[in-house]
Design a protein around this ligand. Structure first.
Ligand SMILES: Nc1ncnc2c1ncn2[C@@H]1O[C@H](COP(=O)(O)OP(=O)(O)OP(=O)(O)O)[C@@H](O)[C@H]1O
Length: 482
């Protein structure tokens, strides 16, 4: 790797060079074609493993990836032998038993080496090497390390997450005394894990016994404990904590025995005034297959939602991330990125990382134009989409709503036309070519704020309105075909 390329790794954390001219940002699971840059694959075990993690992240469910892979490191790579550092023998055993072949295939693909021999080394145990497979799964399970980046200081508060943040802070500062349980729900990538880990870090810094696990990890620990006849140990482990944080609790729904075990754990902790914090992708009443007795308990304390961030919050997050990365980004670029239609904060951070990567690789300053090109390029959209004119896009939307284009960009305010107009703004925005102000001008001289509001509204509505989803798919299909 050349000296000029090194800062990218430092800045982006998980941005790596892959063969075939692809630049990969594991946060976003997308590929950026950079035709002019020479790319190399590093022999360094740490970098190689990070690249492999990016690939693995694509092929596994989020809870699965988070439970078993976060915290692992590439320790050594030599002649087809790869040593992976893991937090404890429980993780080593799980990876060895269930993921070995996938990991091997991934590493073989990345290195081009025909064979790969894996060793899992438990970190902190010098004799570590491979797991024995005999000792107790429960006693070996350590509390998951917290990501130091996920603390309250780095969490940006806005309208979408104010209540969740305040409740989380209160649970961290006065565990068991305010909202118990605290149930935080929201779509993927909106900060649930961040808040849970922030709570865990505060409480554990104060010397409390904290346990943070995902719903998936809770389930597999429980199943292993049963198999190994260590149910008592499992019970003790979970019921002896001051603060229990379970991420993605929806994972236990429909697993009768795990639900039963969690029911008793919950009751015991709650009765003894211990704090419980849960996160899920939906509110308790919307988690399908969850036992009623758990559902009602989850609603005993405070149920709070994290919603999609508004533009102001998006801007604040971008500023913070740019600062963290040591990058000076001009306000017009930040405004442009904040105005982008995104599904979640992970995607927002992803966009920023893409722009930074693009600018470094092309050695060009970060301007709104470069940002636009970077996002367009990385999205890998077909050339045809780039030639779409605003007029063509507006015509297509108007056609789908069976109104004429003049009405679409005119002053009519009936519900149908207003809705079609908002969809038009959303469709224009999702082309990633024009700024909010430019789009505002295209749809009858409307303000950037109106466009932003429309895009946010449609993004939110798409989450629960299948008719709208179908309509937009139809419009996008027509645009592609034409
Ligand atoms: N309010 C915020 N301020 C700063 N960063 C945030 C905020 N909300 C989320 N993030 C960042 O967004 C990314 C995704 O957040 P996180 O992993 O907590 O989402 P999640 O809701 O747990 O998603 P999932 O359900 O997919 O696991 C993280 O990098 C996190 O730090």
């Amino acid at each position: 790797m050349s000296r000029a390329e090194k800062p990218i790794l430092k800045t982006l954390g998980r941005a790596f060079f892959l063969p075939e001219g692809y630049y990969f940002l594991s946060n976003h699971l997308e590929k950026l074609r950079l035709p002019t840059e020479e790319t190399t694959i590093s022999n360094d075990a740490g970098q190689l493993w990070e690249t492999a993690l990016g690939e693995l992240e694509c092929s596994l469910s989020r809870p699965n990836f988070r439970t078993w892979y976060i915290g692992t490191t590439g320790l050594n790579y030599d002649n087809g032998r790869f040593v992976i550092g893991v937090a404890n023998t429980f993780v080593a055993e799980y990876l060895e038993r269930n993921q070995r072949s996938l990991i091997e295939k991934t590493l073989i693909k990345l290195t081009g080496c025909p064979n790969m021999e894996l060793t899992f080394q438990v970190l902190g145990n010098p004799r570590g090497a491979r797991s024995s497979g005999k000792a107790s799964a429960v006693t070996r399970t350590a509390t998951r390390c917290f990501n130091p980046r996920y603390d309250f200081d780095s969490f940006i508060v806005g309208n979408s997450n104010r209540l969740a943040h305040a409740a989380a802070l209160s649970a961290a500062q006065q565990p068991g005394r305010s909202y118990n349980p605290l149930f935080i729900h929201g779509q993927s990538g909106l900060g649930k894990t961040h808040l849970l880990q922030a709570i865990g870090q505060v409480a554990s810094n104060e010397g409390r016994n904290v346990r943070y696990v995902s719903g998936e990890q809770f389930t597999s620990e429980f199943v292993s404990a049963l198999k190994e006849r260590r149910a008592d140990e499992f019970r003790e482990l979970y019921r002896g904590v001051d603060l229990l944080l379970i991420d993605d609790i929806q994972f236990i729904a429909g697993k009768a025995q795990t639900e039963e075990s969690f029911f008793h754990t919950f009751n015991e902790l709650h009765n003894s005034g211990k704090q419980i914090v849960l996160s899920a992708d939906s509110p308790p009443r919307a988690i399908s297959q969850l036992e009623d007795r758990l559902r009602s308990r989850f609603e005993w304390g405070l149920t709070t939602e994290i919603a999609s961030p508004d533009e102001k919050t998006r801007l604040a997050i971008l500023k913070a991330r740019a600062e963290e990365a040591g990058e000076e980004i001009t306000p017009d670029v930040l405004d442009y990125l904040a105005s982008e239609v995104i599904r979640n904060i992970r995607e927002l951070e992803g966009n920023l990382n893409r722009v930074l990567a693009y600018s470094r690789l092309l050695r060009s300053a970060v301007t709104p134009d470069l940002a636009r090109r970077a996002l367009k390029n990385i999205a890998g959209e077909p050339e045809a989409a780039q030639t779409d004119t605003p007029a063509h896009l507006l015509d297509t939307v108007a056609e789908c709503y069976e109104i004429n284009t003049e009405a679409l960009v005119g002053r009519r305010r009936d519900k149908e036309t207003a809705n079609a107009r908002q969809v038009a703004m959303y469709v224009l925005k999702s082309q990633n070519i024009w700024s909010l102000s430019e789009i505002g001008r295209m749809v009858g001289d409307r303000s950037a704020a109106t466009v932003s509001h429309a895009c946010d509204k449609i993004t939110r509505e798409l989450e629960f309105n299948p008719l709208l989803k179908r309509k937009i798919n139809d419009i996008e299909g027509r645009i592609r075909r034409e």
